[in-house]
Design a protein around this ligand. Structure first.
Ligand code: ZN
Length: 315
């Protein structure tokens, strides 16, 4: 199979193996995956809100009417990958123990609605949140963590196929999981990969994230599905890995020099190959996390997000 078009909906990327793509892939527009065998299907991640997840469910029913989703894998705790879990009540939801734990500590749907809805603060942060999150519908969501958890590695049967789950966090978040489908040459990376935009490191350390990229490359998968953005290949993962190395080096230098994390983000220099990546202001979040990993006292989330909004406004 050749290049996969970056259009909304399900795309078959290997035998009985689909990517559900959500352009434009920025804040909240996350990809999912589907592995089908006979009358059974394993779904990788749900969507940010219930209407979007209902659309996903309808797309699955239209593409593979003979199959029902018996397993949902949650790659990590961010809401854009799991806040639709309740719409698959008959499926077993599987995730890392760290991700299950993290779902309770995340910003909750009502809090995100308050930060981005009509009554949200009249401030640069409120403006940022309204523009990037105001179009999602956070009503009716019951955060539904995995009922079955694991640490390390887990093989999950789907009909006569086997899907492998590899825990690689803490990296992007506390409990990141990669989903490998060896018989199709496909790997679903969750938010261990962002394609086309600057990633966000919520937890770190970055060395774990770099090691996770190496595992993806070593897997030999031909089609690699990012959590956000188009389907990529090993070359795309290498480019992303190199970005992490460059940012980590500059974080260490800036921290040693005593620069505040938001100024460190503003001074990051990257080769031209990254010039087209969107949402550069997310480097503020990644820098705050890198500083914490280097020993700095943790900053408040709302302070970090306010600096992120300022960095976007300053562009
Ligand atoms: Zn995401």
């Amino acid at each position: 199979m050749g290049a996969v078009p970056y259009t909304r909906g399900l795309h078959e990327v290997g035998d009985g193996t689909y990517a559900y793509l959500s352009p434009p892939g920025t804040w909240g527009w996350s990809n999912c995956g589907l592995v089908v065998s006979g009358d059974r299907a394993l779904l990788v991640d749900t969507q940010f809100d219930l209407p979007m997840t209902a659309t996903l469910r309808a797309a699955i029913a239209a593409a593979v009417p003979q199959a029902r989703v018996t397993t949902v894998v949650t790659t990590h705790a961010n809401g854009d990958h799991c806040w639709g879990n309740q719409l698959f009540p008959d499926a077993e939801i599987i995730g890392s123990a760290a991700a299950a734990h993290g779902m309770a500590d995340e910003v909750q749907p009502a809090q995100l609605a308050a930060l981005s809805g009509p009554g949200s603060p009249d401030s640069p942060l409120g403006d940022y949140m309204r523009r990037h999150f105001g179009h999602f519908d956070f009503s009716g969501i019951t955060v539904t963590p995995p009922a079955r958890t694991f640490s390390g590695r887990l093989e999950v049967p789907v009909g006569d196929r086997t899907v492998e789950l590899w825990e690689v966090g803490p990296a992007h978040t506390g409990g990141d999981v990669l989903v490998s489908v060896p018989d199709a040459g496909v790997l679903f990376a969750g938010d261990i990969l962002f394609i086309g935009d600057h990633p966000i490191m919520w937890t770190g350390p970055v060395r774990n994230w770099i090691a996770a990229c190496d595992r993806i490359i070593e897997s030999g998968a031909r089609h690699i599905v990012a959590g956000h953005g188009p389907v990529t290949d090993a070359a795309g993962v290498r480019l992303f890995r190199d970005y992490l190395v460059l940012v980590a080096e500059q974080a260490a230098t800036a921290y040693a020099a005593g620069l505040p994390y938001w100024e460190a983000a503003a001074t990051v220099k990257l080769p031209d190959v990254y010039a087209g990546w969107g949402r550069r202001e997310r480097l503020v979040i990644t820098m705050a996390t890198a500083y914490r990993n280097l020993g700095a006292a943790p900053a408040e989330l709302l302070e970090i997000l306010a600096h992120t909004a300022d960095a976007e406004a300053a562009k």
